[in-house]
Design a protein around this ligand. Structure first.
Ligand code: TLP
Length: 361
């Protein structure tokens, strides 16, 4: 569990009683003191020319961590997904993804709008999976009327499915389907290291079946900017072209990559603390009248819960909590989302639970 007094990463934030409990997203994490130091001291060059040694180091580390030949540093998780989709699919090709995929829901339909890819959704189950029979049935035959299925895209952990992690056996079954039909598998691993922590496995075990996999440095790993896409050398060569046409070619990006290197070195092993805090929050919320959730569903750092009280909407509860110094997101008319991360302490969880308890009376 994360105790502020014992946590050297947090001490520099000079915690005081006015500090809000920031549970809206793990994207809110600020760079650690070690990251700021590494950024200030980073050796840099022009990355569009492949000459930034710090970016090159981050890319090599990232590729190694997920067991792929090469990697590409990109500004965001959204660009990581779009670049990957553009490499795997041509104009008019079809991508199969979950009905609740971030890429389908929250990325402005960029795959269609920018890359001319036809998205085909299969309903996500509450555990983030796509049923294997429905997934396979969605793959198109060779028929002049149909778009050509080129890609399956999974999300691990699954954001809208409560941070559900996809296990190695499921990934292997999807990998089999993709291989049998000669189509590619991309994994949006924005929170890949949370999934690995949940199963106690290495990230590369969750990446083994993927032709491409992305992960975010700027979420639970606390870097200020950036994601990494990983795959074969050939995939990354083409992804680098796609990044450039999207305007994502950065120059002295080593100042950002330096924080990403600290993120990979120092922030991965502690993610289990965030999971423990999220679980404690979920269990604590379960006992509050008017709050509904199944605490056993939440095994990583995301918790969704419903407010069932006449006259109180999620937006109203969020506003009341905000006045109490507790920040959450309204994720639906009755649904709230809380995400834990390294700036959320034990005491913050107590504070959040006390506030919800009081406001629900
Ligand atoms: N998720 C953000 C918001 O966009 C909702 C959050 O606060 O959870 N894949 C997944 C699974 C994500 O959760 C996100 C961001 C992205 C991709 C996009 O990453 P960015 O924001 O870096 O473009």
């Amino acid at each position: 569990m994360c105790n502020t007094d014992a946590n050297p990463i947090l001490i520099d934030f000079k915690e005081n009683s006015m500090r809000p409990v920031e549970l809206r997203s793990d994207t809110m994490t600020r760079p650690t003191p070690a990251m700021r130091k590494a950024m200030a001291e980073a050796e840099v060059g022009d990355d569009v020319f492949g000459e930034d040694p710090t970016v090159n180091r981050l890319e090599a580390m990232a590729a190694e961590r997920v067991g792929k030949a090469a990697a590409l540093f990109v500004p965001s998780g959204t660009m990581a997904n779009l670049v990957s989709q553009m490499v795997h699919c041509g104009r008019g090709d079809e991508m199969i993804l979950g009905s609740l995929a971030h890429s389908f829901y929250y990325e402005q339909g960029g795959s269609a709008a920018v890359a001319c890819i036809h998205p085909r959704t299969v309903p996500n189950q509450p555990d983030g999976k796509l049923p294997l029979d429905e997934l396979e049935a969605a793959i198109r035959d060779d028929n002049i009327h149909f778009p050509r299925t080129r890609l399956i895209a999974l999300e691990n952990t699954h954001n809208l499915c409560g941070g559900a992690p996809l296990d190695p056996a499921y990934l292997s079954a999807v990998g089999d389907i993709a291989r049998r039909h000669r189509i590619k598998l991309h994994i949006d691993g924005a929170r890949l290291f949370n999934a690995a922590a949940a199963f106690g496995v290495e990230a590369r075990q969750l990446a083994a079946e993927a032709d491409s996999i992305s992960f975010c440095l700027s979420k639970g790993l606390a870097a200020p900017v950036g994601s990494v896409v990983c795959g074969s050398a050939e995939f990354i060569h083409t992804a680098r072209r796609a990044r450039k046409v999207l305007g994502g070619g950065m120059r002295q990006a080593g100042v950002l990559a330096a924080a990403g290197i600290v993120a990979l070195n120092e922030m991965v092993d502690r993610l289990i603390e965030d999971h423990a805090n999220a679980h404690r929050l979920a269990v604590g919320l379960t006992g509050i009248p008017g709050i509904e959730l199944d605490p056993e569903r939440y095994v990583t750092n995301i918790v969704y819960f419903d407010v069932i009280k006449p006259g109180l909407s999620a937006t109203e509860l969020v506003a009341a909590l905000q006045r109490d110094g507790v920040r959450l997101l309204a994720a639906g008319p009755r649904t709230l989302r809380a995400v834990t991360h390294y700036e959320v302490t034990d005491r913050d969880i107590d504070h959040a639970l006390e506030s919800v308890n009081r406001l629900m009376k």
